[in-house]
Design a protein around this ligand. Sequence first.
Ligand code: SF4
Length: 345
Amino acid sequence: MTHTTASHPRRRPGGPRSPRLSLKLAEPPVRQGLPPLVVTERQGPALRPNPLSQIVRGEVLGLNLSAHCGQECVFCFARAYPGQQAHDAFALYADTAKQIRTELSQRRRMPRAVYLCPSTDPFPPFVAAQVEACRAVQALAEFGVEPWIMTRGFIRPFALDVLERLGDMIRVTIPMTTLDNRLRRALEPLTAPPRLRLKQLRHLRELGIRTEAALEPLLPGLTDTRANLEPLLAALADAGVRHVTAGYLFLRHGIRENLLREYAGARGVIDAYETGPVLPMGTLAPAQHLPQRERQRGYGLLMTLAASRGIRVSISALSNPDFSSPSTGRLSPRGYYQKELACLR
Ligand code: SF4
């Protein structure tokens, strides 16, 4: 299926206004009806085990800065966890930086890195949340722990200044789904617009911060098409990107429900999974995946288009648990998987 922009309205009203791009990074659109921010006490430790430790060298912990994500992507697996749907405020955890310092000072051995964030975005459209994210990365850096950041959001200038000071201690991954801003608004309503994300990606690299792009998640018939990928890859190449990671959406009951409720074009995406395998995913719950043949076809197209732009593609190990080892000669996610941050949501 080839998508047209007019066919992807989001079900809920009140999408973000169109962005105004300028030479400076523009302010992100603010959706009417952004929920109020409340500060809440965290139950339990801030730094928690993370599945990245299974696929990268060294220990990687995860850190969420809020009780749920402020960006409401329709495909998000974290939003599909029980209890994540019903909230009428954005709940930011109190005193995260202080808790990080306490927890790290009690450890005999430091983790290699902390991933922000496994289930939430560290740079949602709330200033107080971005202030807290900055405090958290500074606290990690004090202990020599690398902050690994993944964000679909607009990183405000004051936060960029903090990241710049930490230099190559930081890693940032910016996931992209499309250049089509109408489609982005339908799929990722409170995230930064694609052109702004690209500008941000380029800017972060100019600041000397290790910054990668991820095509996450690929949605069959929607964002994995030649029509969607060609302009996106061209724009990434223009931004200086020479490597991307990629992985298809996987489905669980809650993800399927969210898609059907919030995205008018969901049925076409979900039908593609009908004969797909349900696979274990390590410490994460099993999920249904696109049939392997369809994933291989999609990755093949992506790699071909990317190669024509001088971009190398690594395939997500996490979202392709059934792919074989390099010795079989078939597509091997572990062989390609080098940029560890991608593919966790
Ligand atoms: S995909 Fe990321 S940014 Fe979007 S809702 Fe989930 S955690 Fe937030």
